[in-house]
Each structure stands twice: as C-alpha cells, then as structure tokens.
Design a protein. Sequence first.
Length: 143
Amino acid sequence: MSDSHGSEHPPLPAPHRRRWASVVMGIVLLLSGGVIGGSITGAYLFQRFIDVIHHPEEVPARLVSRMNWQYGLDDEQAEKIEAILSEGQQQLVEIRDRNYPDVMATLDDTRDRVLAVLHEDQKEKFIRNFNRIRDALVARPAD
C-alpha cells in the first residue's frame, strides 16, 4: 500500500484493549472511596455520640437549634422548649448519676467473668480495650 508520496508503511498493529483492567480499577476506586467515606462518617458520628454522653448539658440547645430549623420556632417557643428540655435533661442526668454505681458494678462483674474465660496472654489486651470502651461510653456522675 502506498501513500501520496509513494512510500510503503507496514500496517499498524491493532490497539490493545484492556477494558477489563479499566473496569476493575474503576470498581476498586469506587469501593475504596466508599470504605474511606464510610469510615470517616462513622468516626464523626461516633464522636458526636460520645460528646452527647459526656456533655448532656449541651443537648437542649442543640435540639432547639434543630427544631428551629425544622419548625421555624419563634423566640418565645424556643425559650420555653429549651427550658422544658433542660429540665428533662437534668432529670435524666440525676437518674444516670443514681444508677452509676450499679452500672459500674455490672460492668466490673461482666469484665471479671470474661477474664475468667480468657488465657493469660489475652487478658492484658482485653482489659485495656474494655477500659477504653467503658470510659468512652459510660459518663461519670455530674459534679
């Protein structure tokens, strides 16, 4: 075969099609993004949950802010609702504080029963993890 200048060129090889590799890489990228996004969201929500447990006094203001956004409360409604929620929150804190000794005793008993099942080389790691989770999820009595 000749071009307009009269020289011959060998035919070009067919392009290599690696469509499957592109599809696999796309799926891997998509899944990686989902895992990373889910992990970040989970960590954020967990931290918000911990904040509510350890700072219950902030809950009424947060709830009123959300209610204002959802329902368009006027200033008088917001003030009355925040007072009601603060009173209810205080009652819940008092209940939590009264039950704290029982909660801790139950957790200590549960920990001790699990320790009785574990081998010596497993106990230290379990105690460390148990204490970390307990400290994060069980609020101390209000001072």
